[in-house]
Design a binder for this molecule. Structure first.
Ligand code: DQA
Length: 151
């Protein structure tokens, strides 16, 4: 069965207790379980990985080549700073859908800039955990459903 990588960046391990007024009470484990359920529904498996380290996220993007059909990426604050992560996505040539729990365009100006967006298939933000489910659906629409039939 084809697989997707659910990749989360810095501070997202603290979901559930981190600024609940912005990010809600859902934990990263809950989000990963949601992703696994949606992936199963559409014929995919998921690997879920979180790191607070930029280099580890870059390594994960490189390692996805040939292993995962696509990546759902919430790069957290590295979204707004990391040319290196942007380059990794361009170099690995694995399709990425960018996700944010919050609507980054309705927040501070420094969050409006995304280095991921220009190299992603698209960006989903502002829908909380549901954004990850939408991102899986968008990736599968791009890749084709896991049973080999057209999406
Ligand atoms: C975030 C938005 C980023 O600006 C922030 O740095 C995060 C979380 C989101 O999911 O809304 O860590 O990516």
């Amino acid at each position: 069965m084809p697989s997707l990588l659910i990749l989360n960046g810095p501070n997202l391990n603290l979901l559930g207790t981190r600024q609940p007024e912005v990010y809600g009470r859902i934990t990263l484990d809950d989000i990963n379980a949601l992703c696994a359920a949606e992936a199963t529904r559409v014929g995919y498996t998921v690997d879920c990985l979180q790191s607070n380290h930029e280099g580890a996220l870059i390594d994960a993007v490189h390692a996805a080549r040939g292993l995962h059909g696509g990546i759902v990426l919430n790069a957290g604050a590295y979204t707004h700073t990391s040319v290196a992560l942007m380059d990794a996505i361009s170099s690995a040539a694995v399709p990425v859908v960018e996700v944010h729990l919050s609507n980054i365009h309705a927040r501070e100006t420094f969050r409006h800039k995304s280095y991921i967006a220009p190299v992603a298939l698209g960006q989903i933000c502002g829908f909380g955990a549901q954004g990850y489910v939408l991102a899986i659906q968008a990736l599968v629409a791009h890749l084709g459903s896991g049973d080999g039939s057209a999406p």
